[in-house]
Design a protein around this ligand. Structure first.
Ligand code: 13P
Length: 339
């Protein structure tokens, strides 16, 4: 397949040394939850103010290569009237966009979900390109429950949608971030997470190949292989790194330039510590980086609380987290750097 060189270039720039991605693409219901947690009303203006704080924080461009936006956010502007994608671009951070329309109940599979948003996707991608996006993201959700979930059908249906999304994105000159997320929720062991992650990634790469997606022009955004959040035994970073690398070496082709993990409900410290342990295991075929939402933003929200007077402190909290994750990219983080 002919590939637009910009697709390959963006993929590589997003995983540049020491840098990772800020996921600031919370949908309206999700950002409402985040703002509720600090007792701030989720109005369009409050959401704009909060995102402006993130995108204008000085110094973060040293550690953040790109930012994933939501449909509302990519159309918003700073107080001075500069569109958010332009603010990011001027500061050397690549603007991206979440293009799926959310995970919905998978009919006849009561515990499982299918991500929607393929209808008219080609037209929407054109518009997002014009608005300044250079990469895209699509999230599929895989649940672990009892013996029979995830079902083969759910894994395959989501893999098919991810591959179609990736092919359309590359056709539009945009780098797709392919996100199959095996949820941490549940009592399952780390072994069960490894099995489910292997199965989901295997299905995804089979479908990507069938769709003739150019693997050098995608990034993979997966979960780490971790213990279920209610599992009595919580695997430490060393075990998380061992299981994650084993799993990925079995199933992620070396042609993929980078793996940018989601945080998925890990605390900021856990997400940084686990990324660090992954990068301490020596060179791998792909860059191992981050594309964190909560693990970068939680301390920012707590410091901000919707008060203009707290903006500088909130931006400092963001810079701090971004710097620590950059160290983890090199395997140079240690918990005593937290203070
Ligand atoms: P978390 O890091 O909060 O899991 O968010 C990343 C993301 O973009 C989920 O789609």
């Amino acid at each position: 397949m002919d590939i637009n060189p910009a697709v390959l270039d963006t993929a590589r720039r997003l995983v540049a040394e020491g840098k990772g991605i800020l996921a600031a693409d919370e949908s309206s219901p999700t950002i409402k939850k985040r703002l509720d947690s600090i007792k701030v009303e989720s109005t369009e203006e409050n959401r704009r103010n909060y995102r402006q704080l993130l995108f204008t924080a000085s110094g973060v461009e040293e550690f953040i290569s790109g930012v994933i936006l939501f449909d509302e956010t990519i159309r918003q502007k700073t107080d001075d009237g500069v569109p958010f994608p332009e603010v990011l671009d001027r500061r050397g951070m690549i603007p991206g966009i979440k293009v799926d329309l959310g995970a919905k109940k998978l009919t006849n599979f009561s515990a499982e979900k299918i991500t929607q948003g393929l209808d008219n996707l080609a037209d929407r991608l054109e518009e997002y390109r014009e608005l300044g996006a250079r990469f895209t993201k699509w999230r599929a959700v895989i649940t672990i429950l009892g013996e029979s979930v995830p079902s083969r059908f759910c894994v395959e249906a989501n893999a098919l949608a991810l591959a179609r999304f990736a092919a359309l994105s590359q056709e539009a000159g945009l780098t797709p971030i392919v996100e199959p997320e095996v949820l941490m929720d549940g009592e399952h062991t780390i072994q069960r997470c490894e099995e489910a992650t292997l199965g989901a990634l295997d299905a995804v790469f089979n479908r990507l190949r069938e769709h003739r997606v150019v693997l050098e022009g995608i990034l993979l955004k997966p979960n780490m292989v971790v213990s279920g959040s209610d599992c009595p035994y919580q695997a430490p970073p060393r075990e998380v790194a061992e299981a994650t690398i084993r799993c990925f070496r079995r199933v992620v082709p070396a042609a993929v330039p980078g793996i940018v993990f989601l945080s998925g409900g890990q605390t900021p410290e856990e997400a940084t510590g686990n990324l660090n342990a992954l990068n301490q295991r020596g060179r791998q075929p792909w860059e191992l980086s981050f594309s964190y939402g909560r693990a970068l933003q939680q301390p920012v929200l707590t410091a901000w609380r919707g008060e203009a007077g707290n903006t500088a402190a909130a931006q400092e909290a963001f810079l701090h987290r971004a710097r620590l994750n950059s160290l983890a990219r090199r395997g140079e983080y240690s918990p005593d750097r937290e203070e």
